[in-house]
Design a protein around this ligand. Structure first.
Ligand SMILES: [Zn+2]
Length: 640
């Protein structure tokens, strides 16, 4: 049997998993509303005119995205992600009209593609003279990456090869263009993405050269002489350029194996680390894994919101200093948390480990899904942890990266819930679902989860092999689930003996109808932040299971900072919120400071009067779905 170090876990393809329950409702919202809305918005933004070679080019439609300092030139990525979302949604809910729209766009791309395989609608149709002149700022390879991901998804969901073949031709072109050989470009993209996409394309097609190109891009990044500086000088540009004047912005300041601090633009960082993890898995590259473990600790111990939101600053859409986690101005882009889910899931490629899976779940439920309204129609770009009532989801954005990113994550959730190695399946996420699995060792089975998670911690898992078969099932026991219990076929099992890296690994011969019953306690918990996080001093955040909770104006009126948590959560009670898809609320006795009896003085040497009341906390990711109003995650605590 392979050693732990040598194991390779890969996600189950999306069509291998059917999702119900909590995530099924989210997937339905995307299928019923978001998927078509993405295309509608792309059409309104004139993206199809840019792609269609039979109509005049629309030119530069959005002249400057202020933080980029460049025009909106990455529409191909929005279409790629939208097609990826549509692909997954078609698998769940056939929709001939939507499929026809996607097919029509794919036809346009096929028509647009140059004979040598090159494909990028902006550089072909709007600014041909800019082609391959600025890898740092122009998102040229980034767009190819999202199109490749869309192509793989569309092929897997519909069986149609056209888009896959188109993007393989682009990949073949890139294999010739980029490399260390004579006449090749020894460069990489300023916005990472194509690396992880090439791994997906390689896994779908079996083509080693795509994997090797992904590895090349990862290995070259940050090598001296720095490609972006050389490129700028060769093109007669200021090498410091528009993008925040630092190489940290796009993580090209050091070779990736020497990077120890998570820096720069948050989405770029997450996509790079995701690719590094993929390459580490595919090439058994421990030098990359080592660097990633250091970066992981740096992010999760010094730079991550409790929501799994990352990148506090709008100015660089990214990281600032350690323990700098402002709540009301948190940028915490939806895409960045989606990217953290990507990275975490890929860190599980070398084997189950709740260090990564717990954070994947935290970012998924709190940083990422918050970006989507429950009806699937509106979106958050930035995700503050406190609002005075003026922050609401919007229908679109000049840089519409987040909506399709969260939509494709939601609709592909099965790939994050399950991963398989030769003789093992790992259950990383709990959700009502059925996974259809065939392992390399020949075992063929379905694995069914019945659960109302995350509202309930009771999870029943049934394994149904076609014929009795030996393999391992690894179940994540979240770090927060103190007192978790497991029974196999009704017999309690001691988790202490089974658990490794936070997973219970059950290796046995499985027969039809074998069951595992897992119970995860969901008592509400009050968490404090590291003393160095000044913004959270004297405050606590409430969690239940994987969910961060918040106060909302609709339940608690205004002035949420006048609410003091008193005597902890001992008397907390849960209740169902009917108008939030049956979500669980937490009702807690609190004290409320009284402004009415304070008087007119702005300052006085006294404590405000307080009165007892009950505060209602709701899951943070569901805020701003009922009525507009204030919101607060970090609650003040009464000081003794
Ligand atoms: Zn985004």
């Amino acid at each position: 049997m392979a050693t732990t170090q040598n194991r390779q876990f890969r996600p189950l393809p999306v069509p291998s998993v059917t999702i119900g329950g909590y995530w099924g409702a989210w997937q339905d919202a995307v299928c019923d509303h978001t998927a078509a809305a993405l295309l509608d918005r792309c059409v309104e933004a004139r993206m199809l005119e840019q792609v269609n070679p039979d109509v005049p080019s629309p030119g530069i439609v959005i002249p400057i995205i202020h933080w980029l300092g460049t025009p909106q030139m990455f529409w191909d990525s929005d279409l790629g992600k939208s097609i990826e979302t549509i692909a997954y949604s078609l698998y769940r809910k056939p929709n001939p009209a939507l499929e026809a729209r996607a097919d029509a766009i794919i036809d346009l791309y096929e028509k647009l593609q140059e004979p040598d395989g090159y494909l990028n609608s902006f550089f072909q149709r709007v600014r041909p003279e800019w082609k391959w002149t600025n890898l740092r700022d122009f998102h040229e390879l980034y767009c190819a990456g999202h199109m490749m991901e869309g192509a793989v998804a569309y092929y897997q969901a519909t069986g149609k090869r056209k888009f896959l073949d188109v993007m393989c031709r682009m990949a073949d072109y890139m294999v010739k263009k980029f490399g260390r050989g004579p006449g090749q470009v020894r460069g990489y993209c300023g916005h990472e993405e194509v690396e992880l996409a090439l791994v997906r394309l390689a896994r779908a097609t079996g083509k080693q050269e795509y994997l090797d190109l992904a590895k090349f891009f990862v290995d070259e990044r940050g090598q001296e002489p720095n490609f972006f500086i050389e490129e700028a000088i060769a093109q007669g540009r200021d090498p410091k350029g528009v993008q925040k004047k630092t190489l940290e912005y796009n993580q090209s300041h050091l070779p990736v194996r020497e990077q120890t601090k998570v820096v720069g633009h948050a989405v770029r960082a997450m996509y790079l680390y995701s690719a590094m993890a993929d390459v580490a898995t595919e090439y058994h590259d421990d030098s990359l894994t080592q660097a990633l473990e250091t970066l992981w600790a740096d992010l999760t111990q010094k730079q991550m919101y409790i929501t799994g939101g990352i990148g506090p600053a709008e100015s660089n859409e990214g990281f600032t200093d350690y323990y700098d986690l402002p709540n009301d101005t948190a940028y915490a882009e939806t895409c960045a948390s989606v990217g953290l889910v990507f990275w975490a899931s890929r860190m599980l490629g070398r084997g189950p480990n709740r260090r990564y899976a717990d954070t994947m779940e935290q970012a998924l439920y709190n940083g990422a899904i918050t970006g989507l309204s429950t009806d699937g129609k509106t979106f958050f770009y930035d995700n503050p942890l406190e609002s005075t009532g003026d922050h609401h989801r919007w229908t679109w954005h000049p840089c519409p990266c987040c909506p399709p990113n969260i939509a494709r994550l939601v609709t592909s959730l099965g790939s994050y819930a399950y991963a398989v190695a030769d003789d093992e399946i790992a259950v990383h996420l709990y959700c009502a679902s059925e996974a259809r699995v065939e392992l390399a060792n020949g075992a063929k089975f379905t694995l069914t989860q019945e659960t109302d998670y995350p509202w309930s911690g009771d999870i029943k898992i049934t394994v149904n092999p076609e014929a009795p078969a030996r393999f391992a099932v690894s179940l994540r026991i979240p770090g927060w689930a103190r007192g978790a219990k497991l029974a196999i076929n009704g017999q309690p099992v001691a988790l202490e003996g089974l658990a490794k890296d936070g997973y219970a690994r059950i290796e046995r011969e499985w027969s039809q109808g074998d069951t595992m019953a897992l119970t995860l306690p969901l008592e509400p918990r009050a968490l404090r932040a590291h003393p160095s996080v000044r913004q959270d001093a004297g405050r606590v955040a409430i969690m239940r299971g994987p969910l961060v909770y918040c106060l909302e104006g609709v339940d608690n009126g205004g002035a949420l900072n006048s609410i003091l948590l008193n005597n902890g959560l001992g008397k907390a009670q849960t209740a169902v919120i009917p108008d939030l898809r049956g979500a669980i609320a937490i009702d807690v006795p609190v004290l409320r400071e009284q402004a009415e009896s304070w008087g007119d003085a702005l300052y006085a040497e006294k404590a405000p009067d307080t009165a007892p009341e009950t505060a209602r906390l709701v899951p943070y990711h569901l805020w701003d779905n009922r009525a507009p109003g204030e919101m607060l995650v970090w609650l003040r605590q009464r000081q003794e």
